[in-house]
Write a new protein. Sequence first.
Length: 162
Amino acid sequence: MKSKTAYLGMFTALAMILSYVESLFPAFYGIPGVKLGLANSMSLVILYLIGAPGAWCVSIVRVVLTGFLFGNLFSIAYSLAGAMVSLTVMALMKKNPAFSVVGVSMMGGMGHNFGQLLIAILLVENLNLVYYLPVLLLSGLVTGLVVGLLSAEILKRLPDMN
């Protein structure tokens, strides 16, 4: 149990550092609202090493702390919505042996962007934002691919905790 707690703390800290570094770059490839999401790799690694409850903890703590440190309440709302949808999708996809770590991450990337779009529609009360969905889904696939490849490499180098 102690080693799991240490992993959760370490990966939360790493995710916060990655979130901060990413906050220094306003947009990924000039597309508004799109970021690579490297911090999500830490949640994905924990999902595979320890399981969904640990990944939820890392993600929630990271989003709230980085939101208060480097963002605002809106950034927390958007990030939490994206993270919760993403983790739910990834936990479900992980159960299907047809999906690799990279495939799970790509689905999670699309889920993250979908969750953020949903919260945006609710906050600004404008359903027309749904027209941005194809761009967000495509960017979720691309960023999910990069995050998945990174996570797969990290997982190769760490012992299984289950």
